[in-house]
Design a protein around this ligand. Sequence first.
Ligand code: ADP
Ligand code: MG
Length: 504
Amino acid sequence: MSTSFTPTSTSTHHTKHHSRWSDKQSKVLGHLAEEFTLSTAQLEHLATAFIGQMQSGLAGDQKSSDLAMIPTFVSGRPDGHERGSYLALDLGGTNLRVCLITLKGNNDLESNSKAFKVSDHLQEAHISELMDFIAISIKEFITSEHISAKIVEHPSDSETLELGFTFSFPVTQTAIDAGMLLRWTKGFNCPGAVGNDIVQLLQEALNRNEVNVHVAALVNDTVGTLLAHSYKHPNTFIGAIFGTGTNGAYVEDTRSIKTMSTPTADEMIINIEWGNFDKDKRFLPVTIFDNKLDRESINPGVHVFEKMISGMYLGEITRNILLHLIDQRLLFDGTSSTKLNTHWSFETKYMSQIENDNSATLIPIAQILEQELGIYLNTQVDREIVKFVCQLVGKRAARLSAMATAAVIRKGLSVEGRLAGHGYPLKLSEGDHVFGAGVNKHGTMVRERTDSAVDHRDNVQPIHVGIDGSVFEHYPHFEEHMVEGLTELLGSRSKDIVALGIAR
Ligand code: ADP
Ligand code: MG
């Protein structure tokens, strides 16, 4: 990139730049743009590495893979005909959510839920204290929401109330209702949990607090997302999270899972734990801002990929960049604020608000800078720069998210499974190897050479990706940038074949 860089030359967003940047600003921001802009070739390279790590993870090769590829013991997917009332519990971010889910059959469900704030104290308290809090929250939910009446209306087969526990941290499972915590992530660090069975810890807390609920299943949030999406869109292939953290799960042929000795079914959902992709930074184009964030995080050296993508971290990367610009007197006339100088003070939500400001004078951005960050003196150029930085960080996150999603789809297509005689063309790898792809009526991913594929495309359903998380749902242009990245990696037809959707 030349030194006469101007924001409009790489920004594809709807920003109107009414004022010019100084030479120094253009130079430094141009350099930043180069560092944060990932080319198709870079994404290809990462996708290849990603598939390689998926394969070594499945083979149980701990040394060469950062991807845990955890068998979940979930081997069936709902098809929308299931009925009954169940409790669901979701722990994995800032809120604990307790839900009653009533499956009505015919792809329709009803749910009511209540959120309980997990305090900073609880996020680092002893695990028994956290589990007591969960048990008491469930008790409160059951008594306050007239749950018993609803359950009588839609009974399940069991006498006690069955609970599915969505626990969004890396766990190795030994059964559908047993799993050991591998490590904490996303700001949690409760002693007494790593190496122990999470289901047992919760069941003990429920018994201790006299709550008559049976923990029937432990699932990762990615798995829950995949299953929930399947209920509405049978044949969902991937469940993905872009929220506080990021992760994905997909349906694998059990014969490929070398870490499981006696497969009992044809397919099983695998929790990839993709937040930990390339933790040694051999492929990821990490910047000094990413390294600073990682070093200062509660879990340095792991989940490096997640730290480039998810809601807990994007604001902090942006804050690091803004301070770097301030220190060179390229922003806010070299003046920061106490708030902006504080770790984690720049929330990812602000980035969304900033990118949503399409006004000419960017006054809404001035309001965020003042009210949220205590930056009172800012010019229009300053505000343009702040928005520009958010766009770089947000777009990189969306493109990396697309890369992981595309890699999982390619991995699914490369399996020599049952090949149905229909398909759409999708790019299976770099170069010209174009295959037809889709899911057949059994929900199995299929591929076919393009020539025969084209003729029968009506018989194939799209590949559904169920997604949950505030970043995907609320970050401006996130989905659009993901679709763009998927198109670069899977070919132009991927828009028709890969259906991203929010899982409810
Ligand atoms: P969780 O992942 O904890 O289940 P969410 O999916 O709601 O919950 O994700 C929460 C994360 O999303 C937080 O890290 C927060 O910073 C981020 N977030 C919340 N609101 C927005 C928004 N409007 N735009 C972008 N990110 C947001
Ligand atoms: Mg969540």
